[in-house]
Design a protein around this ligand. Structure first.
Ligand code: DX5
Ligand code: ZN
Length: 229
Protein backbone atom coordinates (compact mmCIF):
# COMPACT_ATOMS: atom_id res chain seq x y z
CA UNK A 1 0.00 0.00 0.00
CA UNK A 2 1.47 3.33 -1.10
CA UNK A 3 -0.34 5.28 1.49
CA UNK A 4 0.40 8.31 3.58
CA UNK A 5 -2.16 6.83 6.00
CA UNK A 6 0.50 4.37 7.10
CA UNK A 7 2.61 7.14 8.56
CA UNK A 8 3.23 6.19 12.21
CA UNK A 9 2.01 6.58 14.89
CA UNK A 10 -1.25 8.04 13.72
CA UNK A 11 -0.12 11.61 13.72
CA UNK A 12 -3.03 13.80 12.68
CA UNK A 13 -3.07 14.52 8.95
CA UNK A 14 -4.46 17.67 7.33
CA UNK A 15 -6.23 17.28 3.99
CA UNK A 16 -7.10 20.66 2.46
CA UNK A 17 -10.16 20.46 0.22
CA UNK A 18 -9.43 21.81 -3.26
CA UNK A 19 -13.13 22.69 -3.50
CA UNK A 20 -12.31 25.85 -1.54
CA UNK A 21 -9.42 26.86 -3.84
CA UNK A 22 -9.51 29.48 -6.58
CA UNK A 23 -10.73 27.38 -9.55
CA UNK A 24 -9.12 29.78 -11.98
CA UNK A 25 -5.70 28.86 -10.57
CA UNK A 26 -6.08 25.22 -9.53
CA UNK A 27 -2.54 24.13 -10.41
CA UNK A 28 -0.95 27.01 -8.47
CA UNK A 29 -3.29 26.40 -5.54
CA UNK A 30 -2.34 22.71 -5.38
CA UNK A 31 1.39 23.52 -5.51
CA UNK A 32 0.98 26.21 -2.87
CA UNK A 33 -0.86 23.91 -0.46
CA UNK A 34 1.88 21.29 -0.88
CA UNK A 35 4.53 23.91 0.00
CA UNK A 36 2.41 24.94 2.98
CA UNK A 37 2.76 21.44 4.45
CA UNK A 38 -0.52 19.69 3.60
CA UNK A 39 -0.44 15.90 4.04
CA UNK A 40 -3.07 15.02 1.43
CA UNK A 41 -5.15 16.81 -1.17
CA UNK A 42 -8.89 16.23 -0.64
CA UNK A 43 -10.88 16.29 -3.88
CA UNK A 44 -14.66 16.65 -3.53
CA UNK A 45 -16.49 15.02 -6.42
CA UNK A 46 -20.20 15.85 -6.69
CA UNK A 47 -22.63 14.69 -9.37
CA UNK A 48 -25.56 17.11 -8.93
CA UNK A 49 -27.71 14.13 -7.95
CA UNK A 50 -26.47 12.63 -4.69
CA UNK A 51 -25.78 16.22 -3.59
CA UNK A 52 -27.07 19.51 -5.05
CA UNK A 53 -23.78 20.63 -6.59
CA UNK A 54 -21.49 19.68 -9.49
CA UNK A 55 -17.75 19.79 -9.16
CA UNK A 56 -14.79 17.87 -10.63
CA UNK A 57 -14.07 14.83 -12.76
CA UNK A 58 -11.01 12.62 -13.37
CA UNK A 59 -9.39 15.16 -15.72
CA UNK A 60 -9.06 17.56 -12.80
CA UNK A 61 -7.30 14.85 -10.76
CA UNK A 62 -4.94 14.32 -13.69
CA UNK A 63 -4.15 18.04 -13.81
CA UNK A 64 -3.68 18.22 -10.03
CA UNK A 65 -1.30 15.24 -10.17
CA UNK A 66 0.89 17.22 -12.57
CA UNK A 67 0.78 20.26 -10.29
CA UNK A 68 1.75 18.62 -6.98
CA UNK A 69 2.97 15.37 -5.42
CA UNK A 70 0.37 15.13 -2.67
CA UNK A 71 -1.68 11.97 -2.49
CA UNK A 72 -5.15 12.77 -3.76
CA UNK A 73 -7.94 11.67 -1.50
CA UNK A 74 -11.04 11.61 -3.70
CA UNK A 75 -14.36 11.98 -1.87
CA UNK A 76 -17.12 10.67 -4.11
CA UNK A 77 -20.46 12.30 -3.31
CA UNK A 78 -22.21 10.58 -6.19
CA UNK A 79 -25.18 8.26 -6.69
CA UNK A 80 -23.15 5.58 -8.48
CA UNK A 81 -19.64 5.43 -7.00
CA UNK A 82 -18.96 2.06 -8.67
CA UNK A 83 -18.90 3.85 -12.07
CA UNK A 84 -16.17 6.30 -11.07
CA UNK A 85 -13.61 4.41 -9.02
CA UNK A 86 -11.54 3.20 -11.96
CA UNK A 87 -11.39 6.51 -13.88
CA UNK A 88 -10.30 8.40 -10.78
CA UNK A 89 -7.62 5.89 -9.80
CA UNK A 90 -6.31 5.81 -13.37
CA UNK A 91 -6.16 9.61 -13.28
CA UNK A 92 -3.93 9.46 -10.19
CA UNK A 93 -6.12 9.22 -7.08
CA UNK A 94 -4.37 7.30 -4.29
CA UNK A 95 -7.41 7.02 -2.09
CA UNK A 96 -11.16 6.86 -2.76
CA UNK A 97 -13.91 7.46 -0.21
CA UNK A 98 -17.53 6.79 -1.15
CA UNK A 99 -20.78 7.16 0.79
CA UNK A 100 -22.57 4.28 2.49
CA UNK A 101 -25.83 6.09 1.55
CA UNK A 102 -25.05 6.02 -2.22
CA UNK A 103 -28.14 4.56 -3.96
CA UNK A 104 -26.01 2.66 -6.52
CA UNK A 105 -24.66 0.45 -3.75
CA UNK A 106 -27.96 -1.42 -3.59
CA UNK A 107 -26.90 -3.03 -6.89
CA UNK A 108 -23.15 -3.14 -6.31
CA UNK A 109 -22.23 -4.00 -2.74
CA UNK A 110 -20.00 -1.73 -0.68
CA UNK A 111 -17.69 -4.62 0.26
CA UNK A 112 -17.21 -5.50 -3.44
CA UNK A 113 -16.47 -1.87 -4.25
CA UNK A 114 -13.83 -1.68 -1.51
CA UNK A 115 -12.22 -4.80 -2.95
CA UNK A 116 -12.24 -3.24 -6.42
CA UNK A 117 -10.55 -0.08 -5.07
CA UNK A 118 -7.88 -2.20 -3.37
CA UNK A 119 -7.36 -4.31 -6.51
CA UNK A 120 -6.78 -1.09 -8.45
CA UNK A 121 -4.01 -0.16 -6.01
CA UNK A 122 -5.68 2.56 -3.94
CA UNK A 123 -6.85 2.75 -0.34
CA UNK A 124 -10.57 2.84 0.40
CA UNK A 125 -12.76 4.88 2.70
CA UNK A 126 -16.42 4.96 3.59
CA UNK A 127 -18.29 8.13 4.48
CA UNK A 128 -21.33 8.74 6.67
CA UNK A 129 -23.69 11.69 6.39
CA UNK A 130 -24.41 13.55 9.65
CA UNK A 131 -27.66 11.62 10.31
CA UNK A 132 -26.29 8.16 9.49
CA UNK A 133 -25.48 6.05 12.56
CA UNK A 134 -22.22 4.09 12.79
CA UNK A 135 -24.19 0.82 12.76
CA UNK A 136 -25.06 1.48 9.09
CA UNK A 137 -21.50 0.44 8.24
CA UNK A 138 -21.98 -3.18 9.29
CA UNK A 139 -19.34 -5.46 7.79
CA UNK A 140 -17.84 -2.56 5.82
CA UNK A 141 -16.28 -1.14 8.97
CA UNK A 142 -13.50 -3.69 9.12
CA UNK A 143 -12.73 -3.60 5.39
CA UNK A 144 -11.85 0.06 4.94
CA UNK A 145 -8.64 2.01 5.49
CA UNK A 146 -10.54 5.12 6.56
CA UNK A 147 -13.96 6.16 7.84
CA UNK A 148 -15.00 9.73 7.03
CA UNK A 149 -17.59 11.38 9.26
CA UNK A 150 -19.40 14.29 7.59
CA UNK A 151 -19.76 17.22 9.96
CA UNK A 152 -21.92 19.22 7.50
CA UNK A 153 -24.50 18.14 4.94
CA UNK A 154 -22.36 17.40 1.89
CA UNK A 155 -22.54 19.79 -1.05
CA UNK A 156 -20.71 23.00 -0.30
CA UNK A 157 -17.63 24.44 1.34
CA UNK A 158 -17.92 27.09 4.06
CA UNK A 159 -20.76 25.56 6.12
CA UNK A 160 -20.88 25.45 9.94
CA UNK A 161 -19.56 22.44 11.84
CA UNK A 162 -22.25 20.20 13.41
CA UNK A 163 -20.95 19.39 16.94
CA UNK A 164 -23.52 16.61 17.35
CA UNK A 165 -21.38 14.34 15.15
CA UNK A 166 -18.59 14.25 17.75
CA UNK A 167 -20.32 11.42 19.63
CA UNK A 168 -20.22 9.37 16.43
CA UNK A 169 -16.49 10.09 16.13
CA UNK A 170 -15.98 8.82 19.69
CA UNK A 171 -18.00 5.67 19.02
CA UNK A 172 -16.13 4.93 15.80
CA UNK A 173 -12.72 5.53 17.39
CA UNK A 174 -13.51 2.77 19.88
CA UNK A 175 -14.57 0.40 17.12
CA UNK A 176 -11.75 0.97 14.63
CA UNK A 177 -8.49 -0.91 14.62
CA UNK A 178 -5.27 1.07 15.09
CA UNK A 179 -4.38 0.74 11.39
CA UNK A 180 -7.64 2.43 10.35
CA UNK A 181 -7.94 6.20 9.96
CA UNK A 182 -10.86 8.32 11.13
CA UNK A 183 -11.53 11.48 9.17
CA UNK A 184 -13.85 14.41 9.73
CA UNK A 185 -15.07 16.70 6.96
CA UNK A 186 -17.00 19.95 7.01
CA UNK A 187 -16.66 23.19 8.94
CA UNK A 188 -13.23 22.31 10.33
CA UNK A 189 -11.29 25.29 11.70
CA UNK A 190 -8.75 25.65 14.51
CA UNK A 191 -11.34 25.27 17.25
CA UNK A 192 -13.43 22.48 15.72
CA UNK A 193 -10.24 20.63 14.70
CA UNK A 194 -9.24 20.56 18.35
CA UNK A 195 -12.62 19.08 19.36
CA UNK A 196 -12.48 16.53 16.52
CA UNK A 197 -8.94 15.42 17.44
CA UNK A 198 -9.95 15.08 21.06
CA UNK A 199 -12.91 12.91 20.03
CA UNK A 200 -10.53 10.63 18.08
CA UNK A 201 -10.38 11.90 14.51
CA UNK A 202 -6.93 11.76 12.88
CA UNK A 203 -7.50 13.06 9.34
CA UNK A 204 -8.83 16.61 9.23
CA UNK A 205 -10.38 17.78 5.96
CA UNK A 206 -10.45 21.55 5.78
CA UNK A 207 -11.56 23.71 2.87
CA UNK A 208 -12.27 27.33 3.69
CA UNK A 209 -10.11 27.34 6.84
CA UNK A 210 -6.97 26.60 4.81
CA UNK A 211 -7.60 28.09 1.37
CA UNK A 212 -9.01 31.35 2.71
CA UNK A 213 -6.32 31.74 5.38
CA UNK A 214 -3.72 34.46 4.88
CA UNK A 215 -1.04 32.18 6.39
CA UNK A 216 -1.74 28.71 5.03
CA UNK A 217 1.33 26.99 6.48
CA UNK A 218 0.74 28.12 10.06
CA UNK A 219 -2.99 27.37 9.71
CA UNK A 220 -2.17 23.78 8.73
CA UNK A 221 0.14 23.48 11.75
CA UNK A 222 -2.51 24.90 14.05
CA UNK A 223 -5.14 22.50 12.69
CA UNK A 224 -2.81 19.58 13.39
CA UNK A 225 -2.30 20.84 16.89
CA UNK A 226 1.37 21.78 16.36
CA UNK A 227 1.80 25.25 17.63
CA UNK A 228 4.38 27.23 15.62
CA UNK A 229 7.22 28.52 17.81
C1 DX5 B 1 -18.56 19.15 1.69
C2 DX5 B 1 -17.20 18.59 1.31
C3 DX5 B 1 -16.11 19.13 2.17
C4 DX5 B 1 -15.99 20.60 2.14
C5 DX5 B 1 -15.06 21.07 3.20
O1 DX5 B 1 -19.53 18.55 0.96
O2 DX5 B 1 -17.17 17.19 1.39
O3 DX5 B 1 -14.88 18.49 1.88
O4 DX5 B 1 -15.60 21.08 0.90
O5 DX5 B 1 -15.06 22.47 3.17
P1 DX5 B 1 -15.09 23.34 4.51
O6 DX5 B 1 -13.92 22.91 5.33
O7 DX5 B 1 -15.01 24.73 4.01
O8 DX5 B 1 -16.40 23.01 5.21
ZN1 ZN C 1 -15.12 16.16 1.28
Amino acid sequence: MNSVFLRPPHLPLVAPSILAADFGRLAEEAADIERAGADLLHVDVMDGHFVPNLTMGPDVVLALARACHLMQDVHLMVTDPQDFVKPFIEAGAGHITFHIEAPGLTRFGAVDLIKRIHDLGATAGISLNPETPPEALGAVLNQVDLVLVMSVHPGFTGQSFMPEVLNKVRTLRNELEPRQRLSIDGGIGIRTAHDALEAGADVLVAGAAVFRASQRASTIQLLRGDYPR
